[in-house]
Ligand binder design. Structure first.
Ligand SMILES: CC(=O)N[C@@H](CCC[C@H](N)C(=O)O)C(=O)O
Length: 377
């Protein structure tokens, strides 16, 4: 079998981004590709819109897990690339097209050149929300094929291709989504005294959230509250009866997440009195922090250091979230950042990672897994 071009595979996947638990075309694409590999070397199980693929080892004593997330984001792509998204208002703006093609590359290698250990490839839906990692962990397939260690990577636009950035311990933050609904009383723009204006209430609330971070969280224990969406009103001369806010909370410690939410709820009680309105809060999905197992991470760091043409960066923790944190809570392993050098960052409509990072990552991970194989002997 000739080795396929994983950049072409990435471009195919880039054209068909789908939101969490709607990844039907993506799942079919992955399955169609995997079905071209010798079928006696692997076992495949569909799980919702994701996949588990177990590649048989020659004399397995353990199972090594590798996870790639597969969903896209609700963003209108503005890269102008000739393989731009075919799906309106959807884009692979967080690099999951890279994550999938790298996983397919590693999978292909080990189907053709098995190591002693079994390998479990986890193609996970809904990382951007509402979260696929925890339900996958709870699935019968995962219980049957539970890996002894699990690894994943995430593209990093800020680093050059060839860079691996990682750290032991905390890598990504605790996260919670945030959905707030305001209900007041609408009316004529010229008679505000007869209304309860929810544009004024919601705007005030957005500004009141900011001091939670600067005045309630220990400065040495960071937090972020971002409101990414605000919706209200119908036309310029009608006072808005309702308003909705959507956002996310990020904290370095689980304890700070609880205290940020307590402060937010206290503010809401005050707002209800001040603006004489109803306010409902819903936290949506919450993700466990990504905590890299120190032993596995040290092992990976010394592997990267001792190989040529790989630039190792010991990075700081980031306020990004990842439901891979749930896998690392149960199974030792690590996640790392893969340099892709894009002038536009994650979740940007012009994100354009350099595709040379795909082959770099495939050889990085295949060599690393081969090193682990030697260590089991
Ligand atoms: C790596 C990355 O960008 N992950 C997302 C995870 C989103 C979690 C959830 N939907 C939330 O917004 O809290 C991120 O935004 O960090």
């Amino acid at each position: 079998m000739t080795v396929p071009d994983f950049k072409t595979i990435r471009r195919d996947l880039h054209k068909i981004p789908e939101l969490g638990f709607q990844e039907h075309k993506t799942q079919k694409y992955l399955m169609d590709y995997i079905s071209t590999l010798p079928s006696h070397r692997y076992e495949l199980k569909k799980w919702k819109t994701g996949l588990f693929v177990k590649v048989a080892g020659t004399e397995p004593t353990r199972t090594i897990g590798y996870r790639a997330d597969i969903d896209g984001l609700p963003i209108r792509e503005e890269t102008g690339l000739d393989f731009q998204s075919d799906h309106v208002e959807k884009m692979h703006a967080c690099g999951h097209d890279f994550h999938m093609s790298i996983a397919l590359g590693v999978l292909t290698h080990f189907v053709q050149h098995p190591i002693e250990d079994d390998l479990l490839f986890i193609f996970q839906p809904a990382e951007e929300g509402p979260g696929g990692a925890q339900p996958m962990l709870d699935s019968d397939e995962m219980k049957r094929w539970m890996p002894d260690a699990v690894f994943a990577l995430h593209i990093a636009p800020e680093y050059e291709v060839g860079t691996v950035a990682v750290k032991e311990g905390l890598l990504f933050a605790n996260t919670s989504e945030l959905f707030i609904k305001f209900k007041g009383k609408g009316g004529h723009a010229a008679y505000p005294h007869q209304t309860k204006d929810m544009i004024v209430a919601a705007s005030y609330f957005v500004t009141q959230l900011q001091p939670i971070v600067s005045r309630n969280v220990d400065p040495l224990d960071s937090a972020v509250i971002t409101i990414g969406k605000m919706e209200s009103g119908t036309v310029q001369n009608i006072i808005a009866e309702t308003a909705t806010l959507e956002g996310t909370i990020r904290t370095l410690s689980p304890e700070s997440m609880n205290s940020v939410k307590s402060r937010l709820e206290a503010l809401i009680q005050g707002m209800k009195i001040s603006y004489d309105c109803d306010i409902e809060v819903d936290y949506g999905s919450m993700y466990q922090q990504v905590y890299n197992d120190p032993e596995w991470t040290k092992d990976f760091i010394s592997f990267v250091e001792t190989t040529d043409n790989r630039n190792l960066v010991i990075c700081k923790e980031a306020m990004t979230g990842e439901d891979f944190g749930y896998m690392l809570e149960k199974i030792p392993g690590f996640m790392f950042w893969l340099g892709v050098n894009s002038p536009y960052g994650l979740h940007h409509s012009k994100l354009n990672p350099e595709e040379e990072a795909i082959d770099f990552a495939i050889s990085l991970m295949t060599e690393y897994f081969e090193t682990l194989n030697v260590k089991t002997k």
